[in-house]
Write a protein that binds this ligand. Sequence first.
Ligand code: XUL
Ligand code: CO
Length: 437
Amino acid sequence: MSQFFPEVKKIRYEGPDSKNPLAFKYYNPREKVGGKTLEEHLRFSVVFWHTFKGGGVDPFGTSPVYDRPWDRATDPMQRAEDTLRAAFEFITKLGAPFYAWHDRDIAPEADTLRETNKRLDQIVALAGKLQKDTGVKLLWGTSNCFSNARFTHGAGTNPDAHVFAYAAAQIKKAMECTLELKGENYVFWGGREGYSSLLNTDLKHEQEQMARLLQLAVEHKKAIGFKGTLLIEPKPKEPTKHQYDYDAATVLGFLRQHGLFDEFMLNLEANHATLAGHTFEHDLTVASAAGRLGSIDANRGDYLLGWDTDQFPTDLYSTTYAMMVILKQGGIGKGGVNFDAKVRRGSIDTADLFHAHIGGMDAFARGLKIAHRIQQDGVLDGFIKERYSSYRSGIGKKIMSGKTSFAELERYILKNGEPARHSGREEMLENLINTYI
Ligand code: XUL
Ligand code: CO
């Protein structure tokens, strides 16, 4: 099967002392942490679009700079098959249990929807066979309703109902392909579901359109018997100036407003959170507090660049904080750690794809182990518990149980006077985290 990456053998765990760059130093899939193996905790997933379809393009260089051996055939369907085979070879050698795709990543679009769907069927059949042969599973499928020119003014939020219908037809098929491949989730990322100018936009109407699209997806999910989770992936901007799925809090409010709260979970991406002006752990915490954190897209941005750079995650603070939120809610469930990340434009070798994923997997394995130790020792949890202890008795208990009034609280202050002041101990806690890292 070694066709596209003949120079790379199966990536193995060799431990922290290994000097082999093509080996895991921290990700030992079978090692147990808190009763579960690392593989079960982290549920790593490789994305089809950046890893196998990415060309190293950026806003100032839109032609591909990589020369991939699976992308050379002249026939587009041959290229699609080669790419799929390369993907399964890569994922198997890496030892990631999952992958994820957009419909248009795996099969190229044809002139009509009917013809495009036929191509998808052909590729899905091959993907099913390769999944069976290798044991690699589909974490999620999704529909690319943002690249084609027809979606220039949005998909579900397009001012033209004809385009809405096209998006719906495309999503219908992508959901069916996801079901066929036993995908565990289905993702909605609102690529162009936003606006560029309010001068030509009926914002309220567009948001209602979006809710209709999601409602139709819920109905279709039930109609075809798809048991996976529907996930929404927030992003504040890019490609549109303002996207309606801005961040976790915005999406949660949107779902509540439109009666969709119980039907969707959130797939949160690190660099989308930072583009929204949040830390990754902020958005994770917001979703988790609402019981809606379903999966993560693992990557990072660059402090010095303003766009969605989708770099591989290597920052141990970020992976630790992320895993602290995930462990606290008892795991990522049917979701996973999906590397929605791409190698840099200058990283032109296929070996770079391995280095990038190995680094990301090791960074998350370390984050998991560190977060687990922090949780086991209970120091942080203990500190936070103590910080809110005044709400567990006396006037605090009355506040939280709805058994007081402004009048009573006024009497309380008139009688008890100024509150004592307490330090938040931020520096001490930061130092504490460093002792674990
Ligand atoms: C874009 C992005 C997408 C989604 C799936 O920023 O993250 O790749 O993950 O459409
Ligand atoms: Co993403």
